[in-house]
Design a protein around this ligand. Structure first.
Ligand code: NAD
Length: 470
């Protein structure tokens, strides 16, 4: 059966579990592991950029440096800086009745954490969950994506030459291996990928009662307020949407703009796109679509919308013929998109952006709330009161105001979806806590009054019970 764990995966897990029971990682070991990971990534940064680019066809080197290498190294540094503080027992007050007893929360490593990662940021989304797990004192087994095979091979090499298998291990393979991996009795499983596969992962984990963190996707809206400067919004939206050619889980999926400004916003966006990517075929900054299947899916989404009456704006500043084999998908904006087409129902996950007009901000909020809870929400508004209204009236995994994407880059903010866009959080202290058992400990004091409440209950117990339940 596909979802039966292979013996070798089982023995890898058993080896890690035995090592954990024998010698859980102390602070010094965790520092050693994180520093080793840092060195391994930093010394392979060019190899990482080349592997990802080879897997995609073309991936902007700068975007790999910023969104993968810099993110990973910054995250490791943040953990190295604060980990000792997060590891300390956290004293909390005992309830009045139990004083002078004392309470504390002791973060404790869970054991072995499984990580399943996707292809779109194949290094970052494999190594940041791993960093959180190691910092929390766990061993890690990673299953990277089969769609970026060169990067996955590089990750396996990086892990194999940096760690012992009892510390960190890597399992390679496609969906069948992934399904078997998800069925392993991990102490926690972190999955990043689509909502559909997230459901399967949670079902597999449920059989072992393995807790899960699910980092999923969804349709993230961006709303521009009526009086927000168009150039400012366009600058940030083009940056957030066309990075990695839109293959970003928190990329704006659709745009809600004041109806009266729709045409001018579309024109300004097209002009800005053409300025940034003067030749789609030649520009090293414009990334291609990861596979033919994904390219064709995007093509079909746009075709269906166009046939349904949408107006389609395709950027091609150099007027070049762009062969499908290049998997360069032109930045595409759409207006008048029929509400029932797949483009408006499915996560787009590519450089395609429907622009919807709204007649009132309340209408825009209603539109957002009629969809699944999104992974991100973007609001362009300098009016603090209105921004407050949108924050309170909508729920999403995260929010950036007057920008896109950057809430993910804040080490002190939790990252994760809500409902169909995800379960649980990581990054910084949130990942550390999610991958620790926060063990509650009550310490009774030498002198205490608990004996007053022992049977046989008499008058004093009656009096106390009466007083405490008054
Ligand atoms: P995917 O769900 O197809 O695959 C992700 C991983 O799951 C791969 O390693 C794959 O091998 C594995 N997998 C496949 N079948 C499985 C099964 N039955 N059981 C267990 N694992 C299985 O996702 P993808 O196409 O690689 O990534 C794109 C999706 O990921 C988008 O929806 C995107 O929004 C989402 N995403 C979310 C985040 C986030 O942080 N929330 C980040 C990146 C991507």
């Amino acid at each position: 059966m596909a979802d039966t764990p292979q013996p070798s995966m089982y023995s890898a897990l058993e080896r890690q579990r035995a090592a954990h029971l024998q010698a859980p990682f102390d602070y010094a070991e965790r520092v050693r592991l994180l520093k080793a990971l840092r060195k391994a990534v930093s010394s392979r940064k060019e190899a990482i950029a080349q592997a990802i680019s080879a897997d995609f066809g073309r991936r902007s080197r700068h975007e790999t440096m910023i969104a993968e290498v810099m993110m990973i190294l910054g995250d490791i540094d943040h953990h190295l800086r604060y980990m000792r503080r997060w590891m300390r027992p956290r004293p909390v007050p005992a309830d009045a009745l139990f004083q002078p007893g004392r309470c504390e929360i002791r973060p404790q490593a869970l054991g072995v954490v499984g990580v399943i990662s996707p292809w779109n940021y194949p290094a970052q989304l494999a190594l940041m969950p791993m960093t959180a797990a190691l910092a929390a004192g766990n061993r890690v087994m990673l299953k990277p994506s089969e769609l970026t095979p060169k990067t996955s091979d590089l990750l396996a090499e990086l892990i194999g030459s940096t760690f012992k298998p009892a510390e960190v291990d890597c399992v390679l393979g496609g969906p069948e291996v992934a399904a078997a991996f998800a069925a392993l009795p991990f102490d926690h499983l972190v999955f990043t990928g689509s909502t559909a596969v997230g459901r399967l992962v949670m079902q597999a984990a449920a059989r072992n009662l393995t807790p899960v963190t699910l980092e999923l996707g969804g349709k993230s809206p961006a709303i521009i307020a009526e009086d927000f400067p168009v150039a400012e919004a366009v600058d940030r939206l083009v940056a957030g949407k066309f990075m990695n050619a839109g293959q970003t889980c928190i990329a704006p999926d659709y745009l809600l703009v004041p109806q009266a400004k729709r045409e001018s916003i579309v024109s300004a966006m097209m002009a800005e796109i053409e300025r940034r990517y003067p030749s789609l075929l030649q520009s090293p900054d414009y990334t291609s679509i990861v596979s033919d299947r994904h390219y064709q899916r995007l093509q079909a989404l746009v075709d269906e919308a166009e046939q349904g009456g949408a107006r389609v704006f395709r950027a091609n500043p150099a007027g070049e013929p762009i062969p499908a084999e290049s998997r360069i998908f032109p930045p595409t904006l759409l207006t008048d998109t029929p509400g029932d087409c797949a483009l408006m129902r499915e996560e787009i996950f590519g450089p395609v952006l429907p622009v919807l007009g709204y007649s009132s901000l309340e209408g825009a909020i209603e539109h957002v709330n009629a969809q699944d809870r999104p992974l991100a929400l973007y609001l362009f508004d300098h009016n603090a009161q209105r921004a407050e209204r949108v924050l309170n009236a909508t729920i999403s995994g995260g929010v950036s105001i007057n920008d896109t994407l950057f809430h993910i880059a804040q080490s002190s903010l939790p990252f994760g979806g809500v409902g169909p866009s995800g379960i649980g959080h990581y990054h910084g202290p949130y990942g550390f806590d999610a991958l620790s058992k926060l063990k509650p400990v009550f310490k009774q004091s030498r002198w205490h009054g608990m004996g007053l409440l022992n049977p046989p209950y008499r008058k004093l117990a009656d009096f106390l019970a009466g007083f405490l339940t008054r």
